[in-house]
Design a protein around this ligand. Sequence first.
Ligand code: SF4
Length: 483
Amino acid sequence: MKNYVDITPALDKANDECGVFGIYRNDEALNVVAVTHDALYSLQHRGHISAGITVNENQSFTTVKELGMVSEVFNEKTLKKLPNGKIAVGHVRYTSGGALDRAANQPLVLRYKEGSIAIANNGSITNFPEIRKELERGGSIFQSNSNAEVMAYVIATERIATDNLEDAVLRAMKRLKGAYSTVICAPTRLIGFRDIYGFRPLCVGKIGESYVITSESCVLDTIGGTLIRDVRPGEMVVIDEEGFHSFMLDKKAPKTSLCVFEYVYVARPDSFINNVSVYNARLKAGELLFREYPIEADMVCGVPDSGIIAAEGYARASGIPYGMGFIKNKFLGRNAGTGMDKKKRLLHTKLSALKCNVEGKRVIVIDDSIVRGQTSQHIVNLLRKAGAREIHMLISSPPFIFPCYFGIDISDRENLIANKMSIDEIRREIGADTLGYLSVKSLRETAAGCDIDLCDGCFTKQFSAEVPTTFFVDKYASKIKRS
Ligand code: SF4
């Protein structure tokens, strides 16, 4: 059994922190373990550090969770440990840490006076230190630094003062600040809830007569289900033997804040989030890049994977042929590369330029974002070495100027290249002939039709929600592996 794992370096990318799934079975023939297992495969892009499933069979909870990808954690033997119960929740986790504590793996099962709950969360609680200190003063002992554990304790303490779990969750939602899209497996029901800003996606669907709550709608396509709707910001949905119930918190955000970066990079292209297709948003980003940067070139290519759709959009809008510029090594495991230069070696072995396609050409290359700049520099180098005549790099989002406190692991401010250099300095640093970022206005246009407002705080420094205190940001967050 592994106690820790060396995680794959982030390769100069922003990373999401988790995917959640829950199912309430109303169809006798449905195997909730198989469905949850399939669902986690569809959420793997949201986190590959750990995976877990908890099943509730006659109010007895069984959990299998471990560090590793879904394919590593679940096999014939581990899946057999899980009974085909009435309710199940699943989780995949990302974290920004190095060596990881297994205690932070989810779902997290908490046994308290009124029974058990299993919780799986996506997001980041911004008043985590204050709440945790308060709970510790009251005698709570924590096993991990996970947000989920703090949330579970808050719900358990509120449950003592309320008549039912629903009221306890609603009261907990008022105490918890920041971003959370959470599922809970309770003794007799499945609960899902989303913070009042709606930072992270969460939707409800059906497979047959059974209900599902999950991070992304692509899961429903995978398991043969249908999307009902998104969970609303500040809403708690409950599924029990009487069916589906919705409760709205009697507190509203001044302005909702769905993470616009979900459309740019995080979510899977076949998902719909709050009415907008992720694929269409990325395509539109490419079209708008052409409107902002109409460059003469021989081909347009995308950096795999999330730059490819925007490149398709640019090619369509410009009439410049779309071509493959890179080959991605799909078989790099998490343990690829060893030693001090692991991060560098991973960066270098992940992509190769397709020389026969780019040699002698004026190439427009589109990527989703630039964090520190090393990846972009490497990409430009690859194209130069492969003989590209001109390299015009376009980015389908604006420059990152601020970290994210709401569930996406974007570097500390001092590591963000756009905080230290002008766009022309970045262009010179990465060695491109042109560098252009999509404007904030156009970025927002990519998600036109979204039924809630968007967060673009990491690009604008404008946040609708309170950002954490300096103490938390500088001294606490760096030590805590959020999950
Ligand atoms: S700050 Fe950026 S990454 Fe974080 S929620 Fe807002 S848009 Fe998303």
